[in-house]
Design a protein. Structure first.
Length: 160
């Protein structure tokens, strides 16, 4: 009997690892409540909360706020996420969006979730010959902000 007591005392006295949480709006949220968790041991790095509360978890309102932050900004705040992590983050937000809009399809999702990163590398441009489009009538320049080639206005250029 004393052996059982000693084992239970040992178990009770062992420090239990507490999962990291981030406090927002007075509630402590786990990493799973966020779309971007670059370092699970540092809650200060977590961004784009998807849960409205611990009870409700994902809600349309909270997912909408995350989508706005990925796009033009939520209340003037645009989230800053490294380009290499953005596709994974968008996928996570898209999954949450589909969860709160069960009657919608992926194609109905906000465009910001479906768009690839706005920046593409020069290697990607030259690997995909269709991006070079040699049959253009006007010179083009690459616009990295929107990731496409645009016609360059040139008053001296004469069309054929």
């Amino acid at each position: 009997m004393s052996r059982v007591l000693k084992m239970s005392e040992t178990i009770l006295n062992d420090p239990v690892e507490k999962a990291e949480t981030k406090t927002e709006d007075g509630e402590e949220y786990p990493a799973s409540a966020f779309a971007y968790v670059p370092d699970p041991s540092k809650p200060s790095t977590w961004k784009l909360r998807l849960w409205d509360s611990l009870e409700e978890k994902e809600t349309r309102r909270q997912i909408g706020a995350a989508i706005a932050a990925l796009g033009k900004g939520f209340r003037g705040n645009k989230v800053k996420i490294p380009a290499e992590d953005l596709p994974r983050v968008k996928k996570r937000v898209l999954q949450a969006w589909l969860k709160v809009w069960p009657n919608k399809d992926r194609d109905d999702a906000p465009k910001v979730l479906l768009a690839k990163s706005s920046l593409i590398s020069a290697a990607e441009v030259f690997e995909d010959e269709s991006l070079l489009n040699p049959n253009r009538k006007a010179p083009q320049r690459f616009n990295p902000t929107i990731g496409i080639f645009e016609d360059t206005p040139n008053p001296n250029y004469m069309s054929q």
